[in-house]
Design a protein around this ligand. Sequence first.
Ligand code: ZN
Length: 158
Amino acid sequence: MAQKVVSFHYILKDSKGNVLESSHGDDPMSYLEGVGQIIPGLERALAGLGKGDKKSVHVPVADAYGEFDETLVVEVPREEIPKKDVVIGDQFQAEDDAGDPRIVVVTEVTEKTVTVDGNHPLSGQDLNFDVEITDIREATQEELEHGHAHGPGDDHHH
Ligand code: ZN
């Protein structure tokens, strides 16, 4: 069966019902099926839906961004940070143990050290999505070669 590209609007809420993100007012999110472009718990829940379908999806932490991992919070000497006036909230690209790129966020700054956190900002929590499928189409050859969907608003990248 041909791989599909699914587009959807979503509202993402935490377990208390606070809205964390919403795609409404922006382009819908698009993903290529079966490649892990969105979190597994959400992709499983959307499988089999059709254009125009709406669904509320509860994704437990294990199928979302995983538990908060203390070992990803590290204190490094200040001189190792490539920016002089580093402040809390700054983001840097670092490498994880496998050499893969990982975004880390500065969470504490002292005179001699900087603490960075490599956890996904949505780690450690259950997520609730209100989803509306806006389009389902066959993937283009280019998308299959790239291994991801090309959204309507994407400036093409490579
Ligand atoms: Zn591409």
